[in-house]
Design a protein around this ligand. Structure first.
Ligand code: SAH
Length: 456
């Protein structure tokens, strides 16, 4: 095929859609050009920066005609920080973009065209929704200590004074920590050289409990004048109930090392999700948008239509959030999850909430689900919430063998969802309904849940 664009040349292009990576897509003589920081409906003049055999990348030089959905992003560094790739697009349009991404995957990858799409569940206020933020600490060109987030596809820190996905609690804590680093000239970690002490500030809040945890991740096992730092954090932000020093001395991308030292207050904070209590440690997995998580889980349980005689299997159950919610309506719940610590949390959470009809297995789904089914487990309802790579044929075949009436698949990746749904729908299931739930406004992350019913 002839390639109608050349590198380093300028073109005018109309943007039609947005990809799941957040790039605008336009065409020049039918040839695909990806342009970051654009909106569907934009007419832009671009400089072609990269050309491939099948597509090219362009950089916006000028917006000739802005899309009707373009807005001024609240955050002044939205175009530099790698976090919010859609913040320049009106929220309603963002929801439409996500709906398109889901339906496109269901159609193209799954080959589905007959199902009900229930309107994407968005947020009333799509800002300040994150209960957890992790700020890497760095120094700028003048040698001043800064913190913020990584630029897109890099580990360069873009200074963020106020993150609009976080809230004022973060700002106050960060200021206290940066003032301390400056005052005592604490060295800042340099990833390439694996030198320097201070790595990241990790802040987690219980939105319902009002309790905050601060984790200071350092390349060492102590910080100078740490009591003074703890005092200034607590003075700056009264909701802080826990300050932890996390020892992270390995040359790794992992946010936290294994060892935690309590500097102030308690080891865990509490929070409530879907009316259940959770006790959360620094290492625990906990959903980051609690408002939307509640809506997502309630939708999953609603689609599952759980009745009091039902046995529910919750595969990829994490700390048991969906399991505990189902346990209130079902006869029995079986939770499966590969991470041992998460299963320990799930069992503890069941105890805290006085739930006695949930059993948990710390094993891989592909091993334990076929084993349980071979031993005779026959859940009426299966809920699965796998990681981005989706489920696998061993697990899915075992589900088919168990033959539940309803399968509810919660997914953070429409592509693998479409693939797995096709597997089930070729083996006796029918795709009934798809619902998008926006867990991450202003980013291109897409979450949805679907209902499949057994038809033979
Ligand atoms: N339903 C939970 C967690 C969903 S995230 C919640 O909403 O909180 C996906 C989970 O799948 C993670 O907890 C991850 O540890 C787990 N997981 C990943 N691969 C797995 C596998 N092969 N078998 C079982 N669990 C797995």
């Amino acid at each position: 095929m002839r390639i109608p664009v050349e590198k380093n040349k300028e073109y005018v292009i109309n943007i039609d859609t947005i990809t799941n990576e957040g790039n605008g897509v336009g065409r020049i003589e039918g040839f695909t050009v990806f342009v970051p920081q654009t909106a569907p409906g934009d007419e832009v003049r671009v400089l072609i920066v990269k050309v491939n055999t099948r597509f090219a990348y362009g950089k916006v030089l000028e917006i000739l005609k802005p899309s009707a959905s373009r807005i001024e992003p609240k955050c002044p560094v939205a175009d530099k920080c790698g976090g919010c790739t859609l913040m320049h697009i009106d929220y309603k349009e963002q929801l439409k973009i996500k709906e398109n991404i889901i339906n496109d995957a269901m159609k193209r990858i799954g080959g589905f065209d007959e199902y009900e799409y229930e309107e994407t569940i968005g947020m009333e206020n799509p800002y300040e929704y994150r209960n957890k933020l992790i700020f890497p600490v760095d120094v700028d060109k003048q040698g001043k200590c800064i913190c913020g987030f990584y630029a897109s596809r890099s580990h360069r820190v873009v200074e963020v004074k106020r993150c609009f996905l976080g809230n004022r609690v973060h700002e106050r804590i960060i200021k206290a920590v940066l003032d301390y680093i400056d005052k005592y000239k604490v060295s800042v970690y340099n990833e390439k050289e694996h030198k320097g002490l201070f790595r990241r500030i990790f802040i987690r809040q219980g939105f319902k409990s009002g309790e905050t945890m601060v984790v200071l991740s350092v390349n060492g096992n102590k910080l100078p004048k740490i009591e003074e730092l703890a005092d200034s954090i607590v003075n700056a932000e009264k909701s802080v109930k826990s300050i932890i020093l996390n020892v992270n001395t390995k040359q790794t991308n992992l946010v936290l090392g294994d060892k935690n030292i309590i500097v102030y207050g308690q080891e865990r904070i509490n929070d409530t999700l879907c009316e259940a209590q959770y006790s959360i440690s620094a290492h625990s997995f906990f959903q980051v948008n609690p408002v939307q998580t509640e809506k997502l889980y309630k939708k999953a349980v609603e689609l599952a239509e759980i009745k009091k005689d039902d046995v529910v299997m919750d595969i990829y159950c994490g700390i048991g959030t969906i399991s505990l919610l189902c346990a209130k309506y079902a006869k029995e719940v079986i939770g499966v999850e590969i991470v041992q610590q998460a299963i320990q949390d799930a069992k503890e959470n069941a105890l805290i909430n006085n739930i006695k009809n949930a059993r948990f297995f710390a094993e891989s789904a592909e091993n334990i689900v076929p084993e349980l089914v071979n031993e005779g487990a026959r859940p009426n309802v299966v809920i699965l919430d796998p990681p981005r790579k989706g489920s696998d044929e061993k697990t899915l075949s075992a589900i088919v063998k168990a033959g539940p009436d309803r399968v509810v698949y919660v997914s953070c990746n429409p592509a693998t969802l479409a693939r797995d749904a096709r597997f089930l729908c070729d083996r006796g299931y029918k795709l009934i309904k798809v619902v998008g739930v926006d867990q991450f406004p202003h980013t291109t992350h897409v979450e949805c849940c679907v209902l499949m019913c057994r038809v033979r």
